[in-house]
Design a protein around this ligand. Sequence first.
Ligand SMILES: C/C(=C\CNc1ncnc2c1ncn2[C@@H]1O[C@H](COP(=O)(O)O)[C@@H](O)[C@H]1O)CO
Length: 240
Amino acid sequence: MTEPISPSAGSAERHGLHLTTSGAPEPALVEPSSFLGRRAQAEFEKGFRALDGIGQPAVTVFGSARTEPGTEEYELGVGIGAALVAKGFAVITGGGPGAMGAANKGAHASGLSVGVGIVLPNEQQLNPDLGIGVECRYFFTRKVMFVKYSDAVVVLPGGFGSLDELFEVLTLVQTRKIPWRPIVLVGRKYWGGLDAWIRETMLPSGKISPGDPDLYRLVDTVDEVMDLMPEHAVSQDGVK
Ligand SMILES: C/C(=C\CNc1ncnc2c1ncn2[C@@H]1O[C@H](COP(=O)(O)O)[C@@H](O)[C@H]1O)CO
């Protein structure tokens, strides 16, 4: 019989979970539903108030929290942030380190840089390169912010968090819950395996429609990213 998974103290610490005195990870979505509902509503209201201040077209940039400063990948993130603000977009990220910090850094030097952070146990605060910063308790509330306030999505190489955000946006566009917008994956080498699996396994299995792999594009350079950016804002109040 399979044992239920319960992280040992060691594995929880390795994965950044905060342990209570009982040895269980601090609850996230298991709080009483009345707390969850009220906290989520307050968080939406706080986030909307902060992000209503953007007042210009915006692009959300996702990517790994672990991308090291000084690497080629990090500099690409800085370059993309800088190019986006030069074209009149605000840049929205998860407000954390790595690729998020890179895009915010490039943007903050000469434009509006926005971070919608997540409060995580044992993690650092919002990165310093922000004109507007807001912190959330829940991943699901901040995903609404990323989508509601952006006209395009750029995804730098990343892990589970970036994939979660990418597939959230792809699903919303696929199901027409939000208007179409460019979804650009940066790094053909990094994303090529996922793209091949989507086209060669997911598509022939009938799990997606023939046009669905065209909902995203793979690129390598800042110029290629910029060539795909929209001329006009598409998403303000576009969440159905
Ligand atoms: C794990 C580390 C830091 C975590 N801090 C984060 N701060 C803000 N946003 C985050 C963080 N971790 C994940 N995210 C969100 O998911 C995406 C990155 O996840 P990935 O798994 O690293 O690809 C990112 O776009 C954020 O919105 C330090 O080691």
